[in-house]
Each structure stands twice: as C-alpha cells, then as structure tokens.
Design a protein around this ligand. Sequence first.
Ligand SMILES: [Mg+2]
Length: 221
Amino acid sequence: MILLNEYQTLASGTAVYPGRLSPHGLMYAALKMNGEAGELAEHIYTAEYRGAFTPKEIELIVKEVGDVAWYCAAICDELKCSLFYATGSELNVFNMTARMSMEDLGLRLNAEAGKLAEHVGKAMRDDGYGMPDSYARGVLRQENLPRVTHEDVGSGPKFSNNELTPDRRAKIIAQVKAVMLTLDAIADKLGTNFPHCLELNLKKLADRQARGVLQGSGDNR
Ligand SMILES: [Mg+2]
C-alpha cells in the first residue's frame, strides 16, 4: 500500500506543466483537476446509460481516480503542503460508499473540485493572487481596470502577488481533502482501493516518462 507522501514525491517527479510552483501552476492544476473530475463523471454516466459498469468502464474510472489524485498532489506541491497533511488520516474512516450511489459520488467529486477552483478564483479576484501589479490588493475597482493597449501586450504583465492568504490556503487544502476522501469512496465503490489506483497512476506516468512523452495530451500517449 503506497503512502500518500510517497505518492506525492513520485508524482512530483512527473510534474511537467505551465507555471509549476508559481501562482499560474496552482491555477492550472485547479483547472485541470476539474477537467479530470469531469472525465470521471463522464465515464460514470456512460456506464449508467448503458446499464452496467463493465470491467472496461471500471478500468477507465480507476484511471481517472488516479488523474484527479495526481492534480491533488500537484496542488499540494503548489501550496507547499504534504498530501498526507491535506488528506488527514481519514481514508476509509468516513465511508461514504454505503450511503451514496456512483452518480452521487461523481457529482460530489465535481462539487468539491469546483469549490477548490472557486477558492483559487477568489484568491485572484479578492486577494490579487497571481495578478499583475495593476490588480494589487484593494485596487481592483471599476475605475482602475487596466486599459490594455498594444504596448501593454508587448511588454507583458509583471507579477508580484505570489502568496495566498493563510485563510485561502487553508480553504484550498480543505478542498483537497474533500476531493481525496471522495476519490477513496469511488475506488471503494468500484471494488478496488485508493492506494491501488495511485499505484496504477504512477505506473502509467513512469511508462510515459521512460518513453519521453510526459508532456502532451491524451490517455493514449
Ligand atoms: Mg484523465
């Protein structure tokens, strides 16, 4: 059984994405985590529509569980926080599986991932996180909106607001936990377990790394 911190370390070794370890990295990881949660939900409703969870569909969902978890690890990297700290030791403790259907869990996963993105958006809007100087804290008012000119585009923005407020950071960490616990319940519902999904995810990434195709898009690289 792989430990969460071990997973985070190994996942970090495969993390190639724009803006890594900067505000853009957190924005990217939050967006992509929502994309992966959406992919997972799509497989659930396809299976429901067809009336059965076939081994192939279960395999596809297990893959997405790993993909979402990978972005949870990346988000923790961005927050300089351990995945184990964020998740806590409640995996398999609060078992949602019995109470919730697969559709419920898919919906819940997307709700929790969406809330995480919401906090990143609020950090940008309300705290100036990752915003150019002209958006600095407290100056984002209608009369101060930057007027973009061709020269502005040429010189590019200057970024200086690189820290999340402690409150915002704590809220994002709490959402990582909510997502991780939901992934755990989904894995359980599928008759597998979360650490196994994480191991499969690392195997997929190690294979891509060995073939030099970590960067790029699509599951069939
Ligand atoms: Mg995916």
